[in-house]
Structure formats: C-alpha cells, structure tokens
Design a protein around this ligand. Structure first.
Ligand code: ADP
Length: 498
C-alpha cells in the first residue's frame, strides 16, 4: 500500500527525533563522565575527553534541578510523533504515612529524606536501650529527645546545648539552630562540600549523649585509660605538651555489647566535646560514592567545632585488611580508607583537640595502616563477676515501680552473676529484660479478656521474679561472644600499647 505524504512525514519526524535523542544521550553521558573525572582529580583524562569532543563537554555543567515537567512534555511529544498517541504514565499510589513508617522499620533512609519530619514519638513509648537499640535520652532540661539514629547512619551530637537545644519530641524542628557556629566560617569549601557539611550539621543533636562515668558499670581500667588519654588532655591542656602531647587516635576493642559506645559517649558528656558518632559500615553502604568527601568534611567540621570526638563504630567494616574480605575492594571505598588515614595523620600534626575514638569487635581484622594511627588501644572486656552482679541489681533491683505498676524481685545476685560468666553487658541487660517480661506475660490474658468487658480494669499485680525464673531465662540464652575471649587476650598481648 502506498504511504500517504502525511504518514511519510510522521515517519521522518520520528526518525529525526530518535537521532536527536541518541545524540543527546551520548552527549550527556560524555558530560557526566567529564565532570566525574574532574571531580575525582583526573585532570588529564578530563582534558583529553574534552579535546575529543572539541571542547563541547566543557560548555555544560551537570545540574540536579532539571525541570521534570519539561522532560515529560518532551517525552510526550516524542511519543506522539512515534506512536501517534500520548504515553500513559503511571505512579505509585500514595500510602498512608504510618504504613510507610512501619515498613521501613521506623528509620528514615537516604539523604533525600533528611528534611522530612519524623513522626512524633511519645516519650513513654520510646524503646529503651539494650541489644543494640539506641536509647532515647533525656536532655539536661528534662525533656525527652529522639534516639540518635539518623537517616544516613551518621549521627552528630553535641552537648553544647544552649536555649535552642530544646528539641523536645521532634528531631526535625530547630534544625538550623542545631548548628553550633554558622558554617559561613568555613573557607575553602566548594558548594558540594558545604552541602555535605550542612547535611552533617543538620543532624547535630544539641543535647548531651548523656552518659556519665557512673552509668558505666565495671570497666574501671578502661575508664581510667580513656580518662588519661582523652579527658585529662582536654581538661588540662597545658600539661599535655611536647612528649606528653595527647594521643589523637584511640582504639576501643572487645566483644560487642561491652560498653565501648558508652565510654565514647561518656567522654563527650564529661568533656563537653562535640560528639560525632558514625557507624563506619553505614559510611560505606549509604555514602558509597560520596564517602571520601564525607570523611573530609566530617574532619573539617570536627576541627571547626573543636574540642571534638569522632566516634567511629564498627571500624573493621571499613578499615579491614585491604582486599581481605571481598577480593578486590570497591574503588570508592579504597579512596575513603585513604582519606580517613590522611585525615588522621592531619590530626596528629595539628594542635587542635580532635580525637578519633574507634571501636572494633574484630581488631585482628584491622588494616595495619589504621592500627598504626590508633596508637592507644584499650581492651573493653567482658564484665567481671562483680560487674555482672552490679548490672543485674541495677537493671532488676528488689523493687521497681513505673506508672503505678510495681515489679518485685527476689534474686540471689551472686549466684546469677556466677551463672552468667561470659555474658556481655548487653547480654545481661537482655536476660534481665526477659526475666522481667515473664510475670508481665502472665497477665496479658487477663488484660486481653478484660478488653471486651465493661467492668473497670482490675488492679495489676505482677508476680515476683525469683532466682529460679531468672536461671531458667539464662538456660535459654547464649552469651554472644564467649568463644572469642581467648582471641582478644592474645591480640591484647601482641598489640596493646602499654
Ligand atoms: P558496644 O561495646 O558494642 O559499643 P554498647 O556500649 O553500645 O556496646 O553497649 C550496649 C548496651 O549494653 C548499652 O546501651 C548498655 O545498656 C549495656 N551495657 C553494656 N556494657 C555496659 C556497662 N559496662 N555498663 C552499663 N551498661 C552496659
């Protein structure tokens, strides 16, 4: 069948549009590559690429604010030319906010969501710490503040709270006020870096990590060493000069759940330092491409807000022996490692009071390059028998009363401590919680049955928790790190500094 003039015209336009799209796609790809090379410092490669495109790539910059509506309109007209009909666009239907929150486990993800508000959490509903859960802390003025979980795994707390520090109930309010000093004081930062600095600072909580030395049970040696290494140099800087100039890098190592994070928080609380709390694994997982820049900006910020402590948790996840776990490591993660080492070297040379406190559960996996920079190494071991006893009586005293509900215990703390040999502080907390749960569990049926009746709620009386109950819980639990004890002491012998 002979093609009409009209349909030939349409076919020609479609071909032209297709060609144009291919050219544009190729060009934008080249522009992206050119800017990526520049950003990573590969100047020669970038220049060569630019030359090959006759200086075309240089004329464009990468923008992140393309008008989506224009893109859609362009796409619609292209689609119409090609298929003689408009495209049908689909989008995910809106979900109720609560559902979204429940699905994501209550933790916001991705830097993009940083500006969104967290749903308010009633202080009484906040989860308590333990088993790795972060505790909702109480600020100095008594108001409850959100747990220190930020969307991109990077938590920055400061205890220099002023009047603006009252962020009661909602972590998203007063974001601007959380900055300790205006960031305009920074010089030599490009836009990208100051954006990153803003992102980091946005999550400064103007409240104390709120852990006092006396909140940490046992660990007397570790506390003394941490005080000597970090606390006293901050308190009495005039004493720590010359040969006594303070260690800048400190490694807290030992089984998980033994109080390493608590020690770092106690330093920040007691010394009133700005506290940057970063889980190393999340630097890699959430900041892949940007992790190197993030580290750079983080150290800049720490210096700017000095005295500061940077707490790097799970250090082995980023500073493991090179290439040990996954064969060839990702290039960006290797650049990030190098950046971290460079920044740590920078601290040693500077006079500023910025300390890196790193924590690791698997010190033998650490790269030697990073170990050299963490000159002071402190073993945070499993609790002694006395500490286990103190912990149990702390978490399950003979009588606790919350909101009119009394929980009584009759426990032989000494026997329990003996039976919990090899348990970490966090394990013991879990066992106490489980033991306290037993009598509560028994009244659920009564409460549930009561829901359907009109009669007033019966007075709640919980059964006393006995030693036998507790021992039964112990029998069903397992300490998380018992098998590794020998390995820590062997490593300690080999690597611990004085
Ligand atoms: P990690 O060594 O893995 O950093 P954390 O310091 O986060 O362990 O401890 C986890 C939780 O276990 C703490 O929030 C606390 O409830 C409890 N805990 C562990 N060790 C101690 C301790 N020595 N004193 C008081 N609580 C402890």
């Amino acid at each position: 069948m002979e093609m009409s003039y009209q349909s030939m015209k349409i076919a020609h336009q479609a071909r032209e549009a297709e060609d144009l799209r291919t050219t544009l796609r190729r060009k934008s790809l080249l522009i992206l590559i050119y800017h990526h090379l520049l950003g990573q410092g590969y100047m020669e490669a970038a220049a060569a690429l630019d030359q090959e495109t006759n200086g075309d790539t240089r004329k464009f910059e990468v923008c992140d604010n393309i008008d989506l509506e224009m893109v859609l309109m362009e796409y619609e007209s292209y689609h119409y030319v090609k298929f003689q009909k408009n495209p049908k666009l689909i989008r995910r239907t809106a979900e109720p906010v609560e559902n979204r929150f429940v699905k994501s486990g209550g933790v916001k993800r991705g830097p993009c969501s940083a500006g969104k508000r967290l749903p308010k959490i009633n202080p009484s509903q906040r989860p308590q710490s333990g088993n790795g859960a972060k505790k909702a802390t109480t600020s100095q003025n008594g108001s409850s503040v959100p747990p220190e979980i930020s969307d991109f795994g990077l938590n920055v707390s400061s205890i220099r709270s002023g009047p603006a520090g009252d962020v009661s109930g909602d972590g998203a309010t007063n974001r601007k006020e959380r900055l300790l000093k205006p960031l305009s004081g920074f010089s030599g930062m490009n836009r990208e870096m100051s954006d990153l600095a803003e992102v980091i600072s946005r999550d400064i909580y103007l409240h104390s990590p709120n852990v006092r030395w006396e909140d940490i049970i046992g660990l007397e040696d570790a506390k003394r060493l941490v005080k000597e290494a970090v606390v006293y140099p901050i308190k009495y800087p005039e004493l720590f000069t010359g040969i006594l100039s303070p260690w800048k890098g400190l490694l807290l190592y030992g089984p998980p759940g033994t109080g390493k994070t608590l020690l770092a928080k106690a330093v920040a609380t007691e010394c009133k330092t700005t506290f940057f709390n970063i889980s190393a694994s999340s630097i890699v997982s959430k900041w892949r491409g940007d992790s190197e820049k993030l580290v750079r900006v983080l150290f800049l910020l720490a210096r700017y807000h000095a005295p500061s402590t940077i707490f790097l948790d799970e250090l082995e996840s980023v500073m493991g022996k090179r290439g040990a776990s996954n064969g060839g490591e990702h290039e960006s993660s290797s650049r990030m490692k190098t950046e971290l080492l460079v920044q740590m070297d920078g601290l040693v040379r500077s006079e500023e009071l910025v300390f890196v406190l790193a924590a690791s559960n698997l010190p033998w996996d650490l790269d030697h390059a990073v170990l050299r920079r963490l000159e002071k190494r402190i073993h945070v071991g499993l609790p002694s028998s006395a500490a286990r006893q103190a912990m149990t009586s702390h978490w399950l005293p003979p009588l606790t009363s919350t909101r009119g509900v009394e929980l009584r215990t009759e426990l032989d703390y000494e026997t329990l401590a003996k039976d919990m040999e090899g348990y970490s502080g966090s394990d013991i907390r879990l066992v106490c919680k489980e033991a306290a749960m037993r009598p509560v569990r028994k009244i659920f049926d009564v409460l549930e049955a009561h829901q359907h009746e009109d009669a007033p709620m019966p007075a709640i009386k919980l059964e006393t928790v006995t030693t036998a109950d507790f021992l039964e819980v112990i029998a069903h639990s397992k300490p998380s790190a018992r098998n590794l004890t020998g390995r820590y002491t062997a490593w300690e012998r080999e690597y611990e500094s004085l």
